[in-house]
Design a protein around this ligand. Structure first.
Ligand SMILES: Cc1cc2nc3c(=O)[nH]c(=O)nc-3n(C[C@H](O)[C@H](O)[C@H](O)COP(=O)(O)OP(=O)(O)OC[C@H]3O[C@@H](n4cnc5c(N)ncnc54)[C@H](O)[C@@H]3O)c2cc1C
Length: 441
């Protein structure tokens, strides 16, 4: 058994039981572990099962680390606003005595969401929802946009919205490291291995921590079966399980019968990997320092990366015949995609991007919710002791601090206490009632 995390000592102890076992030690699993410990301290024993502590293919380090208030749903706006507050105080939350303070390299800079005429009314509606929820955003006419960002070409833009506060980007890998380091310091145990199954037990009169008694008996999840790299199999017994396995969550949930059984177990978790490319380029005459994260009506986005005339960009495919979803069998980048689907959009919006050179690229998986491109957060309706935190569809990094707090509240208090995320539960999946987030990039 190896317990790997940059300098943390190897241990031979293998936890056979705990109170809360989290499957997936990416940003979500680690944020949930952190909040459980912050709230309950030694009273709750937390184990995180992570199959690859290098996080080579995990979504977290491959994301572009953007944080914005500009969503269409109040829950998403509120979660990101809390995350902005959390990042401002990251030292207070995640510092570890005797070690370097965490630096997640937060760059405060607004998003500039641009709408074509057919989407202008929707952008304005979203703006109102954002203002009602306390966001600091400015609606911009093309003339105002040009005045504020003289390097932009406003052709085809009817209306734009610019974040004034609580937006920007940070290094997602550094935030993950900080969460994991702090959680470990607080007593969370990370074990390396793959969740490969669950064992259940019959409980005559079931009671799950913080939840009401359920009359009569039921089978409850009792242990997770963990397969280690050397093939050895162990089990971890827990009162509560959390599945935060990113783009693989449906697979892990299936191990617990979710999507395999009847009734409440018939519906799978509607989350699948969707490959997204990111291109890193240099443009000597580009917008420079005062450059927001601009989202074009075509869906193409770019932002500054560092200070030396570098930028990163990407675009989600439309799914049309000439822009299909890429194969998800690997994390190879289609280098031709920049040429065929992105560059023209960049140069149309910022003429100086005619002159650029792509220097590198990478691909990562969105944990894409096929129902409504929105998170699924909360307990599973059948397995009352299984919580889900998945389906973030491209906006998970920024929501992790809020989701970690929310799941910890539900486990420890039996309900959401700060931001009410009830609408984001699995119930809407069962009822086939999408809670559509309009602002997906
Ligand atoms: C290109 C790209 C750009 C993005 N940009 C942004 C952005 O700007 N802003 C934003 O907020 N979000 C962004 N995202 C989305 C964000 O990265 C994800 O929503 C977020 O990282 C999800 O975190 P997670 O912890 O759920 O998943 P992950 O980071 O994937 O972690 C899940 C972990 O579970 C582990 N695991 C899986 N199966 C098992 C198993 N059976 N047993 C044990 N462990 C298992 C995996 O190894 C992995 O480490 C972007 C994503 C991509 C790909």
């Amino acid at each position: 058994m190896r317990f790997l995390w940059e300098g943390h000592e190897s241990r031979t102890h293998y936890p056979s039981h705990c109170d809360v076992c989290i499957i997936g030690g990416g940003i979500m699993g680690s944020a949930i572990a952190f909040w459980l410990k912050l709230r309950a301290g030694p009273a709750v024993q937390v184990v995180v099962v992570e199959r690859d502590s290098t996080y080579r293919t995990a979504s977290t380090p491959l994301s572009v680390g953007g944080l914005r208030q500009q969503f269409s749903l109040p829950e998403n706006i509120q979660m990101s606003m809390f995350s902005a507050q959390f990042l401002r105080n990251v030292n207070r939350f995640l510092a570890v005595e005797g070690e370097e303070p965490p630096d997640v390299q937060f760059h405060p800079q607004g998003y500039l969401m641009c709408a074509a005429p057919d989407r202008a009314a929707r952008l304005e509606e979203n703006y109102r929802t954002q203002i009602e929820n306390g966001a600091k955003v400015e609606l911009m006419t093309p003339a105002r946009m040009k005045e504020r960002f003289p390097w932009v070409n406003t052709d085809g833009v009817a209306l734009a919205c610019h974040g004034q506060e609580n937006e920007g980007w940070f290094d997602p890998h550094l935030l993950l490291r900080a969460f994991r380091r702090k959680a470990t310091h607080m007593g969370v145990e990370y074990v390396e291995g793959e969740a490969a199954g669950f064992e259940s037990r019959y409980v005559a009169n079931m009671q799950v921590a913080g939840r009401q008694s359920v009359a009569g008996g039921n089978y409850v999840l009792d242990r997770v079966v963990v397969r280690q790299a050397d093939g050895e199999v162990k089990t971890v017994k827990a009162a509560v399980f959390v599945t935060a396995a990113g783009a693989n969550t449906a697979e892990v949930a299936r191990l617990a019968g979710i999507g395999e059984g009847e009734g409440l177990l018939a519906m799978p978790v509607p989350v699948e990997p969707r490959k997204r490319y990111v291109y890193f380029y240099h443009s000597p005459d580009g917008p420079g320092l005062d450059c927001p994260l601009l989202v074009d009506p075509t869906g193409t986005y770019f932002r500054r990366e560092g200070l030396g005339g570098h930028y990163i960009c990407g675009k989600s495919p439309t799914g049309a015949v000439d822009d299909p979803e890429p194969d998800t069998g690997d994390l190879e980048v289609d280098h031709g995609y920049f040429q065929s689907h992105i560059w023209a959009n960049l140069a149309a919006r910022v003429p100086s991007f005619e002159n650029l050179k792509v220097k590198s690229s990478w691909a990562g998986f969105y944990d894409y919710n096929t129902l409504d491109q929105n998170a699924i957060i909360g307990p599973h309706p059948y397995h009352h002791n299984m919580f889900l935190a998945t389906g973030f569809s491209g906006h998970g990094i920024q929501q992790a601090p809020a989701v970690g707090r929310a799941i910890s509240e539900h486990i420890l208090d039996g309900e959401f206490r700060t931001i009410d995320l009830t609408r984001m539960g699995f119930k809407r999946v069962l009822e086939n009632k999408p809670l559509l987030e309009q602002n997906i990039v």
